[in-house]
Design a protein around this ligand. Structure first.
Ligand SMILES: NC(=O)c1ccc[n+]([C@@H]2O[C@H](COP(=O)([O-])OP(=O)(O)OC[C@H]3O[C@@H](n4cnc5c(N)ncnc54)[C@H](OP(=O)(O)O)[C@@H]3O)[C@@H](O)[C@H]2O)c1
Length: 249
C-alpha cells in the first residue's frame, strides 16, 4: 500500500497510521468515526452484501480502522446480512491497540428495535469462554420472547425511548468508557448519525469497480440539507483501490 497524501510514501502499513491518528473526545460524547466501502459508482453492496467490493487493501485498512476504536457499533440490518462475528484481534493488532491505550480487541454493539436477531448468527452462537458478549442497544420495551431467545448470549442496554436515538446509542457507549466509536453502518443507521451531526470522521474505501444497479449510497434516508464539510486528512492506494480519511471541519 502506498500513501498519496499528505506526503507521498511507498509501502506503508495502515496499522502504523490509523491507530495513531488524533481523535479528540468531544465534551459530551465519544469521537465517532464511520467506515464504509463503495464502488467507484457509489454502490455499497453487490447481491446484498459488501464482500464483493473488498480486496487485500480493504482488509488491511479495515483491520487498522478497527484497531483505532474502543467500540464498534453496527445496526441490525448489517449484522444480519453480513453475518457479523465477535471482533477478535491478531497478536500484532492487539499489541498496537494496547500500545495506544486500548483493550486488546474492540467491543461490539448492535442497534436493534425489533431484536429480530437469530441466536444462531455467528455473533451469538460462536462465543469463546471469557469473551465479552455483544451489547444489544434497544428501546424501552423490546419483544420479551426475542430478548429471552438471546439469554446469556448478549448484554443489554435499554434506552428510555421506544426506539434508540443516535445520541442515545453514543451515550450508551460513552457510559461504558468509549472514547472512540467506530460505526460500520449500514446506510440507514448512518443516516441517523449524520442527521444528528455526530459523524466526526469518515473512512471511505473506494473499490475499483463499476457495479451499476440501484444500491444504496453510504448514507441513506437522511434529508439532504446543509452539506457537512469534510477535510481530506489522508489518501492511500493499493491495487487501484483508494482509502480516504476525511475529518469533519
Ligand atoms: N459497503 C459497506 O461498507 C457496508 C457497510 C455496512 C452495511 N452495508 C450494506 O448495507 C445493507 C444494510 O444496510 P441497511 O441500511 O439496509 O440497514 P442497517 O442500517 O444496517 O440496519 C437497519 C436496521 O437497524 C436497526 N436500526 C437502525 N436504526 C435504529 C434505531 N435508531 N433504533 C433501533 N434500531 C435501529 C433496525 O433493526 P430492527 O429491524 O432489528 O429493529 C433497522 O431495521 C446491506 O446490504 C449491507 O451489506 C454495506
Amino acid at each position: 500500500m502506498r500513501q498519496l497524501l499528505p506526503t507521498p510514501l511507498d509501502a506503508v502499513d495502515p496499522l502504523t497510521l490509523y491507530p495513531f491518528d488524533h481523535r479528540p473526545r468531544p465534551a459530551s460524547r465519544p469521537w465517532l468515526m464511520a467506515n464504509m466501502v463503495a464502488s467507484v459508482d457509489g454502490a455499497i453492496a453487490i447481491d446484498g452484501v459488501s464482500g464483493g467490493l473488498g480486496g487485500d487493501g480493504d482488509s488491511m485498512a479495515f483491520r487498522a480502522i478497527r484497531a483505532s476504536c474502543d467500540w464498534i457499533v453496527a445496526a441490525a440490518g448489517t449484522i444480519r446480512v453480513e453475518r457479523y462475528r465477535i471482533p477478535r484481534a491478531t497478536e500484532e493488532t492487539a499489541a498496537v491497540r494496547v500500545a495506544t491505550g486500548r483493550s486488546e480487541a474492540p467491543r461490539l454493539a448492535v442497534v436493534s428495535a425489533s431484536v429480530d436477531l437469530d441466536p444462531e448468527l455467528p455473533l451469538f452462537a460462536d462465543q469463546r469462554y471469557g469473551e465479552a458478549r455483544p451489547l444489544v442497544i434497544t428501546g424501552a420495551n423490546p419483544p420479551a420472547d426475542r430478548v429471552e431467545a438471546l439469554a446469556g448470549r448478549a448484554e443489554w442496554h435499554h434506552t428510555d425511548t421506544e426506539r434508540p436515538t443516535a445520541e442515545g446509542v453514543l451515550a450508551a457507549l460513552g457510559e461504558r468508557g468509549a472514547d472512540v466509536v467506530l460505526a460500520e453502518g449500514g446506510p440507514t443507521f448512518n443516516g441517523q448519525l449524520l442527521d444528528s451531526g455526530l459523524i466526526d470522521e469518515i473512512c471511505l474505501s473506494i473499490s475499483p469497480h463499476l457495479v451499476g444497479g440501484s444500491s444504496s449510497r453510504i448514507v441513506n434516508g437522511s434529508a439532504a440539507t446543509i452539506p457537512a464539510d469534510l477535510r481530506l486528512d489522508r489518501l492511500l492506494e493499493h491495487d487501484d483501490a483508494l482509502f480516504a480519511r476525511y475529518i469533519r471541519t
